[in-house]
Design a protein around this ligand. Sequence first.
Ligand SMILES: [Zn+2]
Length: 176
Amino acid sequence: MIQTDTGWIIGNGKNINFWNDNCCLDKPLSEELGLPEEIASKLTAMVDKFVDSFDWSIPEAILTCIPFLQGALLKISVPRPNSIDQSVWRHSSDGHISLKLIREHLNNGDQTIFWGKNIWNSWTPPTRSCLVWKILWDRVPTDDKCLQVGVNMASICSLCGRSSETTQHIFFQCLH
Ligand SMILES: [Zn+2]
């Protein structure tokens, strides 16, 4: 769900998969075309491979097979060599993702939906229910919480070792 609601602001296009990332439509091109997973996973061309002399350069054969593609590309910026690709959360005004925004989005802004019914039930193990509840309320005891209460410590993610340990990093950003 989070990936579906994540889009890209195209910079140089080197980090965005032309076929499998949300870059020119509301969904990945491979999904729009209904490509099976085994084919989509083999499409590895990045957006920058479809640019030449600061303009889109899509092979004629692709444009013939996907007639709506040209119109879709006209609506987005052409990649620029010195810009950086940015992943953005579509439901945030500045593109940044946060637990609060995810929670609001899942609730559709309607706070009368009771998450308890979805989390605390007979088929979910209590330990999992407890963890999800803590994530939703940002109460997982991560390093950043210790720092907030004045515990002086160095914080590093024990999974990837590349970022400080926060709930957002561990559950939504860490690549391990
Ligand atoms: Zn990590």
